[in-house]
Design a protein around this ligand. Structure first.
Ligand code: FAD
Length: 130
């Protein structure tokens, strides 16, 4: 990404979770040395173009902020699908998209930062700069 060879996206927002991000439903459930990701995102900048998507997930669905983790999903993973590029009144050069995750398997090494439950903290540290 730093070399300009891959486009990234940050997928947080869901149809039923925007400002109140702790309410996300997307899950990354451990299965051996993989995560299986299921869920849906909306309003994702670069959704159509992204080579790598940072997915805000719940690795512990029983927890709120403490159960959130950031997991990388490469754009060619099986089960990952891009939905509509949503109509907007402005910012036409930037796509704003739906994303779908249907039993997407990624290795556990795709966990950003290497520690489960740190997703909310990571977002709070990095989003102000973004
Ligand atoms: C152009 C564009 C690009 C975007 N890109 C991305 C992206 O790349 N990745 C991503 O994850 N998301 C992205 N988003 C989504 C954006 O982060 C959400 O729209 C935002 O978090 C608000 O969520 P919501 O739309 O569900 O609104 P809601 O959370 O439903 O809020 C609706 C209204 O209610 C108000 N409100 C909400 N809660 C409260 C409260 N407790 N007290 C008082 N008022 C409240 C809000 O201020 C707002 O006016 C993008 C959105 C747009 C428009």
């Amino acid at each position: 990404m730093a070399r300009g060879e891959a486009i990234g996206a940050i997928s947080m927002t869901e149809p039923a979770a925007g400002s109140d991000l702790q309410g996300i439903k997307t899950r990354a459930i451990a299965d051996g040395n993989h995560y299986v990701i299921n869920g849906q995102k909306v309003f994702i900048t670069n959704g159509q173009l992204a080579d790598i998507v940072i997915v805000v997930t719940k690795t512990d669905p029983d927890e709120n902020a403490k159960g959130m983790s950031l997991v990388l999903v490469e754009g060619d993973r099986e089960g990952f699908a891009r939905g509509r590029n949503l109509e907007k009144i402005g910012l036409k050069a930037q796509d704003t998209s739906e994303l779908f995750f249907n039993d997407v398997r990624v290795p556990m090494t795709n966990l950003l930062g290497g520690e489960e439950g740190q997703g909310f903290v990571q977002l709070m540290q990095q989003l102000p700069q973004e």
